[in-house]
Design a protein around this ligand. Structure first.
Ligand SMILES: [Zn+2]
Length: 427
């Protein structure tokens, strides 16, 4: 239930709509495109300078030695912390400041921060500078209304989420920034919609499979052994056995969109024979190698060993039955599936905020793809984490990306209420 003090805090967030819009536009104007990691430092400093004015201690942590970190493109993260008046829990809002390239098809300048029709447009408006701005406004309003709050509040702006988060969330997690006792609860304002709590994500296994052959003159292919044909046999076996098996796997994870509420496999790339960067005619060759990369997304009900085993069984069967079939397989990446329970403190605090602001129960969702929660869990060993923020995921990474202004205001209200509940709960 909302009391009068909370009501006036929500009102003060609503009256700061212009500030929220300006802040979002300012953030979009830093073209923090990744790769290569442009304008990270000025964007991080902008966030740090803003929060310093509300009494936050500001720390800049460079992802030194991480992929992409150079003096020209330093991986600059900002971590802001404000101590409360007495001991208590720490609530951390983590946003990534990097964005993907603008691409074509825009009707507005992607880095100008155009506001029109109740929305702010720009690369990163939705994913996720609108969420970062909403969390800053939420925290500022909360502190103004609760000067003697207990515990601590943190806001971070991290880099490289779009390329795996190694110089950002993972780097900080490895250094203890996302572990107890420093932090207790984490909210990641990714664009999962203002009335939904995102509890986690499916697991990921990326692998490269190579089929082998023997080179020969293309006019006499029978003298060699075509690696691309072997790969064709593998793909046929995938179609016949693997895809139907994956389609049939049910999950209790509420993944959105619903099509992703099962196991999936994408064939990410295939390369065989001569590369396509030549300009003339190809020479006639039987390819001796063909490489395939797969992107397998799996469920909380599946073990990683079983996920790999399904693919290995098909490869082994081909090896046993198809003449000359030989292969190699190499893991490229593994991320375990994650699902915070609905009754975890951070999930229920956000749910109560949604109930208060929208007068309805939240939807609980799981993201089809991963985000920085994986590093907080695996490296920080902190599991009280959800994603919650304004914006519609479908608009992310697209031309004319935008975020609704009313959505940002309402999510800021939800975040402020959740913050209040988490800080006032016994630790
Ligand atoms: Zn994002």
């Amino acid at each position: 239930m909302i009391n009068a003090a909370m009501e006036s805090m929500l009102e003060s967030i609503a009256t700061r709509e212009d500030d929220l819009v300006e802040l979002t536009r300012d953030l979009i104007r830093f073209p923090t495109v990744n790769p290569p990691g442009e304008a990270y430092t000025p964007c991080a400093e902008f966030v740090g300078d803003r929060l310093a004015k509300t009494g936050f201690d500001i720390e800049y942590v460079r992802g030194e030695g991480e992929p992409g970190d150079t003096d020209r493109y330093p991986r600059t993260n900002v971590v802001a912390r404000r101590e409360g008046k007495r001991p208590g829990a720490c609530v951390h809002f983590n946003s990534h400041i990097d964005v993907v390239e603008a691409g074509d098809g825009w009707t507005v300048d992607p880095f100008e921060g155009v506001g029109r029709d109740g929305r702010v447009y720009g690369r990163g408006a939705c994913d996720m500078k609108g969420g970062l701005a909403a969390s800053i406004i939420a925290v500022e309003a909360f502190i103004r209304a609760n000067a003697d709050f207990p515990g601590a509040i943190e806001i971070s702006g991290t880099v490289d989420e779009e390329s795996g988060g190694f110089g950002g969330g993972a780097h900080l997690a490895r250094k203890g920034y996302f572990s107890k006792p420093r932090v207790d609860h984490v909210i990641i304002p990714e664009p999962l919609n203002k009335d939904r709590v995102c509890l986690g994500h499916r697991g990921v296994w990326w692998a490269e499979i190579e089929t082998k052959g023997e080179q020969a003159h293309g006019s006499m292919p029978f003298l060699g052994d075509c690696a691309v044909r072997h790969m064709g046999a593998l793909l046929a076996a995938f179609e016949e056995k693997l895809f139907p098996a994956l389609d049939a796997k049910q999950t209790r994870m509420p993944v959105v969109p619903e099509g992703a509420r099962r196991s999936t496999l994408n064939i990410n790339s295939i390369h065989g024979g001569q590369t396509d960067d030549y300009t003339g005619l190809p020479s006639p060759n039987v390819p001796d190698s063909c490489r395939l990369t797969i992107d397998r997304r799996f469920l909380i009900e599946e073990e990683i060993g079983e996920v790999k085993g399904e693919v290995l069984a098909i490869l082994e069967e081909l090896k046993a039955t198809r003449p000359e079939f030989d292969y190699a397989i190499r893991d490229l990446m593994e991320v375990m599936p994650l699902m915070t329970e609905k009754d975890a403190p951070v999930a229920s605090a956000v749910a109560h905020g949604i109930q208060a602001v929208f007068d309805r129960e939240p939807d609980y969702v799981i993201s089809p793809g991963t985000y920085d929660q994986k590093h907080i869990a695996r490296l920080g060993h902190l599991y009280d984490c959800v994603a919650y923020g304004p914006g519609i995921l479908d608009l992310a990474h697209r031309p004319d990306e935008c975020v609704g202004i009313a959505d940002m205001v309402q999510s800021a209200q939800v975040m402020a209420l959740a913050l209040g509940e988490l800080l006032s709960a016994p630790r």
